[in-house]
Design a protein around this ligand. Structure first.
Ligand code: HEC
Ligand code: HEC
Length: 443
């Protein structure tokens, strides 16, 4: 077992502790919010939702404002579509942005649902000694925003798309401040942040991003807890035989083992689970030829160790690691994993169970005809890919953890994580449930 794999073995204990009670950084920034929305009572439609604060309401306008981009046609909501669980509105591996909306990003758009107010700060407890490193005392890296955890606050994160040439592509803060000053909500902006706010361009942009952060933390639509799974946890819905079977397959530590990272247990304080432990892991997702960046054979997106994130790239154990995403609303997505390599949930699941038993289905062959496993990492860093956690331990020609029917059942279970399932009657035994297409709005 390498050092790294010893650490992976320690993941379960840490993960459970993390899911149960870790201080979410956003909840610290916004006392009470994370906790309030974490309660199971969220699923009770009779409860009234607190109105957005003035700053958050302004943040909502900014989040949805395409005039804040070089193209004039791209807002945060273009990629994080409210009608798509704040994930991408299409199946593109990476979205197109820039001044002409033709520049391709290099990563799939993650959902903003559920995670924003519960993401812990980036941490990796450095081992005090080699001994500690080799034992379970060393914990895997976790937390932070983006696939590589490089931001600890939402307002810092929000600056990235604003200036990224492949996204909203603004030149500088003066450029953004001028756009804010021209926006229909400029008067409100001044009311909230002072008549002289636009004197300092930096201060104006900073306050705008603070407002976006408030919106991201306060808007109940980011975490509505209206899925069938939530109703099931509250005893207000029953799973079908297929959904129940899917859940068992998902949980089975010797089978899918999915729940060891995508946690589905209720937290210590009754919080409904988010289906992530916020930890980093290398799964060896195949290289995606749909990404233009990958036309350069020397380019590798190595997650924690760069090239986008730069502060921890000297740690080669980090190469290839990406943050575990939530699986809430995952069945509504048209693109999966950090590089958007898969476009159906079925393929994403087949990849997990067949990666090692049938690698030829997932990876290309070299000139000698050998299958090149983990081809989206340089050869020396392929050792970081997880081969110790089920179902990633199998051998070529072996039996995949799941067959086609099993995958159908797991998909049925994952569909119970879609928001918009609500009891049509008061929650009494035997109540009927209706499926609605959009998250329910409550006053
Ligand atoms: C062109 C598409 C695009 C636009 C526009 C965009 N984003 Fe994103 N967003 C992404 C991608 C891709 C990622 C993943 C980035 C990474 O891992 O480096 C991301 C990540 C995030 C995250 C981190 C989520 C997490 O779970 O860690 C947040 C928060 C976020 N975006 C908010 C915003 C806000 C606020 C705006 C507007 C100011 C915005 N985004 C505009 C594509 C976009
Ligand atoms: C060892 C931890 C771990 C285990 C076990 C695990 N996952 Fe994941 N999962 C991750 C990580 C990390 C990612 C992101 C990897 C990447 O993009 O490179 C991910 C991504 C996904 C995605 C893509 C979601 C999205 O928004 O793009 C799906 C679907 C998924 N996992 C389902 C499952 C299922 C089903 C199982 C059980 C067969 C499972 N996972 C087991 C860690 C894990």
């Amino acid at each position: 077992m390498t050092v790294f794999h010893a650490r992976q073995a320690a993941r379960r204990a840490v993960a459970t502790a993390l899911a149960a009670g870790a201080t979410a950084l956003a909840a610290v920034a916004a006392p009470g919010i994370g906790v309030a929305h974490a309660q199971s009572s969220q699923t009770q439609p009779s409860q009234s939702q607190p109105a957005l604060s003035d700053v958050a309401s302004l943040g909502k306008l900014i989040f949805n404002d395409p005039s804040l981009s070089a193209s004039g046609r791209m807002s945060c909501a273009s990629c994080h579509s409210p009608a798509h669980a704040y994930g991408p509105p299409n199946g593109l591996a990476a979205q197109l942005g820039g001044s002409d909306l033709r520049s391709q990003g290099s990563r799939a758009v993650p959902t903003l649902g559920y995670v924003l107010n519960r993401t812990p700060v980036w941490t990796h407890v450095q081992a005090a000694s080699v001994f500690e490193r080799l034992t379970d005392a060393d914990s895997p890296p976790a937390g932070g925003f983006a696939w590589d955890g490089r931001y600890n606050t939402l307002h810092d994160q929000a600056l990235f798309p604003l200036f990224n040439p492949n996204e909203m592509a603004n030149r500088d803060t003066a450029d953004v401040a001028a756009k804010l000053e021209r926006a229909p909500y400029a008067a409100r902006f001044k009311q909230l942040f002072g008549e002289t706010i636009f004197v300092s361009k930096d201060a104006a942009v900073h306050q705008a991003m603070q407002a976006v952060e408030r919106f991201e933390l306060e808007e109940p639509g980011f975490h509505s807890y209206t899925s069938k799974f939530d109703a099931y946890l509250d005893g207000k819905a029953e799973f079908t035989a297929s959904e129940m079977r899917g859940k068992k397959l998902f949980d089975d530590p010797n089978g899918g083992n999915c729940a060891s990272c995508h946690i589905d247990q209720v937290g210590a304080n009754g919080a409904h689970p988010l289906f992530t432990d916020f930890q980093f892991e290398a799964l060896g997702v195949p290289r995606n030829p749909e990404l233009r960046a990958n036309r350069d054979p020397k380019y590798y997106d190595k997650g924690l160790c760069g090239p986008v994130r730069t502060d921890v790239s000297s740690n080669k154990n980090y190469c290839g690691l990406f943050k575990t995403p939530t699986l809430r609303n995952v069945a509504t997505r048209g693109v999966f994993f950090h590089n958007g390599r898969f476009h159906t949930l079925r393929d994403a699941l087949r990849f997990y169970v067949e990666r090692d038993t049938n690698p030829e289905k997932w990876y290309p062959k070299d000139r000698q005809g050998h299958v090149v496993k983990f081809d989206d990492l340089p050869v020396a860093e392929r050792v970081n890919v997880d081969i110790v956690d089920e179902p990633l331990t199998r051998k070529p020609g072996g039996k995949p953890a799941w067959n086609a029917r099993d995958i159908d059942d797991v998909i049925a279970f994952l569909k119970t994580l879609d928001d918009g399932y609500l009891p049509s009657n008061p929650p009494t035994a035997g109540a009927r449930f209706v499926k609605v297409s959009a998250p329910i709005k409550r006053q």
